[in-house]
Design a protein around this ligand. Structure first.
Ligand code: PGA
Length: 250
């Protein structure tokens, strides 16, 4: 695992966007998986700008959404699907047949997990997976205590997730379960980027990078991946002591 530190959120987001652009230039049929949320928002905007100005064709790229809130309608602005469609899939004109997002309203959530696993098995492995980190160390909805041996699954949400998650919604909402890719998918991806910005993420980044790998703090899983990069701004890196840290100064 490598750690790369950027001066600010803008620089960090531009670098992650460049990773995606480079991947698609090399392989127009790449398989990309991303998280939604506040962290990747600017990266998505910059990616759309760069792809548009460089005329890069995303119509043969496969896109997989990392997770979804169970019970939340796709028209709800807080849903992951809404985020992906608005920020990435519509502007970059992904082909619908190349996109797989969880349906959090499905009355057969186990089947939904099986369909996602089958889709990734058919289209994968995932070339690039870009994830964030929650305030409890989750990645996707892989909550503290999660088994590292899971593919897609439904998760009971941790209290931190249900309260922090309110920020995505216009009105207070009941959140109790999520549907998510599992750490087997993470470990099988060819490249994994964990991105984080801001001082509020400094504590969780320190734990993810420096604590022993354990499901008590799920994001420590990144240390076990053979091609993982933790990409953070200076604020999120401010508590890191480890010599692995490399100032990228972008
Ligand atoms: P955020 O969410 O990007 O909105 O901070 C991260 C997460 O909970 O995974």
């Amino acid at each position: 695992m490598e750690v790369k530190i950027y001066n600010d959120y803008q620089g960090l987001s531009a670098q992650v966007a460049d990773h995606v652009i480079d991947l698609v230039k090399q392989n127009p049929e790449a398989v990309l998986c991303m998280a939604s949320g506040d962290t990747p928002k600017l990266c998505c905007q910059l990616l759309v700008q760069k792809a548009t100005s460089e005329n890069i064709d995303f119509s043969n790229v496969t896109f997989i959404g990392l997770d979804e809130w169970v019970g939340i309608d796709a028209t709800n602005e807080g849903s992951c699907r809404f985020f992906f469609e608005k920020n990435l899939l519509d502007p970059l004109r992904f082909r619908q047949s190349n996109v797989r997002l969880f349906n959090g309203l499905s009355d057969d959530l186990d089947g939904e997990c099986e369909r996602m696993d089958a889709f990734i098995k058919g289209a994968g492995p995932i070339d690039l997976m870009i994830v964030g980190i929650g305030m409890n160390g989750h990645i996707g909805f892989n909550e503290p205590g999660v088994s590292f041996d899971l593919y897609a699954h439904v998760a009971e949400l941790d209290k931190t997730t249900t309260s922090v998650g309110q920020k995505y919604f216009n009105t207070a909402i009941r959140l109790d379960r999520g549907i998510t890719l599992g750490f087997k998918h993470l470990m099988e991806s060819r490249k994994l980027i964990l991105m984080a910005n801001g001082a509020k993420k400094a504590g969780v980044i320190k734990k993810a990078v420096e604590d022993e790998v354990s499901n008590i703090f799920p994001a420590t899983v990144i240390q076990s991946h053979s091609n993982a990069v933790v990409m953070v701004d200076k604020d999120a890196a401010s508590l890191l002591q480890n010599s692995l840290s490399v100032a990228a100064n972008k």
